[in-house]
Ligand binder design. Structure first.
Ligand code: CP3
Length: 366
């Protein structure tokens, strides 16, 4: 199914204003987001900071995940680790999608090997009162950590991020990670007014969290809608897209590219393109050429090597990476950011990731 059938020319996106975004403005990553020519294809990895790195495990020893997100010096160190080691083209801010929920008073913890767990799930109208708006003063440690990082990173862009309303709602309603999202969908289908208010409150929290990061100096923002691929297009359009669009609209005039990512979103790519981002993340299930047709004109694409390929021998990784680069260059040679189709896995060999970065730079050098 494709929403748009036109091929994708290299159209500069007018939504991305050439505002003075600091020293990273001319980086390959930001140029690619704006569909401008690049010296090489920029590459970064979702979840590049984290458990695949021994230096991460060392500095995190004895510090709970969410507490580590509130210590600016530690956030700075962890964010910089993959930049130093892999020579990626962008840093992603070390935090988590549930940090803003904790900041407005939700009792949430991240259990190792499990994920976010919510002590009292949000299931009724009365529960919604606990989801108050986020104010910048709720997250002073975010402002401080972004400031430290921007100073240190110089010309390397820093990507800020937040969880999208659907993915956050799924944790809040289920009370933790879920395979089938049954309680979430029961509310979405059965209590549409309650659902609409829930995702609307989450859109406010997410917008405010992104604005704090942008005000502090991040060069781009990514909205993670990791679990939205569990929805059919009509349900996405009706019940989720308005809240995600609200988030993108709220940061449209702030001069930073907006990236939209989800997993298993092949049938949603057209709608995700319409939701408002400048760059759409693609997982490995849809080839980039087809993704471009579905996403539509004027959007850059990010992706889309299968993360599991990293467990194969180096020559296989390089063959598969070259296929991704070829698919992107067939679209006109601009507007591509190389990434994995989903995050780095904790068991990945960090050296394989470093080799992949060097390979992408070399194979795509113009
Ligand atoms: O390197 C980066 O990408 C930046 C940091 C980052 C983290 N979480 C750190 C983290 C980012 C961008 C996220 C986003 C996030 N968090 C998402 C969307 C991305 C995706 O993968 O789809 C989601 C769904 C979450 C929720 C969450 N937080 C999960 C599922 C987990 C893993 C739980 C586990 O132990 O398996 C977390 C914890 C988490 N967030 C870790 C890290 C480095 C691991 C914590 C640890 O070291 O124990």
């Amino acid at each position: 199914m494709s929403e748009t059938t036109a091929a994708q020319p290299a159209v500069p996106n007018p939504a991305v204003q050439p505002a003075a975004r600091g020293r990273a403005y001319d980086s390959a990553f930001l140029r690619a987001c704006r569909h401008e020519p690049v010296p090489h294809t920029p590459v970064w990895f979702m979840r590049q900071a984290g458990r695949s790195l021994p230096e991460y495990l060392k500095v995190r020893e004895g510090i709970p995940m969410l507490e580590s997100c509130m210590r600016p010096e530690l956030v700075k160190e962890i964010t910089l680790q993959p930049v130093r080691r892999h020579k990626v083209d962008a840093a992603i801010f070390f935090s988590d999608i549930v940090v803003p929920l904790k900041a407005v008073g939700i009792d949430v913890d991240i259990k190792p090997g499990v994920g976010p767990v919510i002590a009292d799930p949000i299931r009724t109208k009365a529960d919604l009162q606990r989801l108050r708006p986020l104010e910048p003063d709720d997250v002073p440690y975010i402002t401080e950590a972004v400031g430290l990082l921007v100073d240190e990173l110089g010309q390397t862009p820093l990507i800020g991020f937040a969880g999208a309303p659907y993915t956050l709602a799924s944790y809040l309603v289920e009370g933790g990670p879920s395979k089938n999202h049954e309680r979430t969908k029961a509310m979405m289908y059965g209590e549409p007014e309650l659902w609409a208010e829930l995702v609307d409150r989450l859109a406010q929290i997410t917008s405010a969290f992104l604005k704090v990061q942008i005000a502090a100096g991040v060069s781009a923002v990514q909205l993670f809608d990791s679990w939205v691929g569990s929805l059919a297009p009509d349900d996405y359009r009706r019940s989720v897209m308005p809240a995600s669009t609200k988030v993108f609209d709220s940061v449209a005039d702030l001069g930073v590219p907006r990236i939209h990512f989800g997993v298993g979103t092949g049938e949603l790519l057209g709608l995700m393109g319409q939701a408002g981002a400048d760059v759409v993340g693609v997982d490995w299930r849809v080839p980039l050429g087809e993704a471009a047709r579905r996403v539509g004109l004027g959007k850059a694409l990010q992706g889309n090597l299968d993360p599991a390929v990293l467990f194969a021998p180096t020559h296989v990784v390089e063959t598969k990476a070259r296929e991704v680069l070829h698919a992107a260059s067939a679209l006109g040679g601009t507007g591509h950011i190389f990434n994995l189709g989903h995050g780095v896995l904790p068991s990945m060999d960090p050296d394989a990731l470093s080799r992949l970065v060097a390979f992408v730079h070399e194979a795509s050098a113009r």
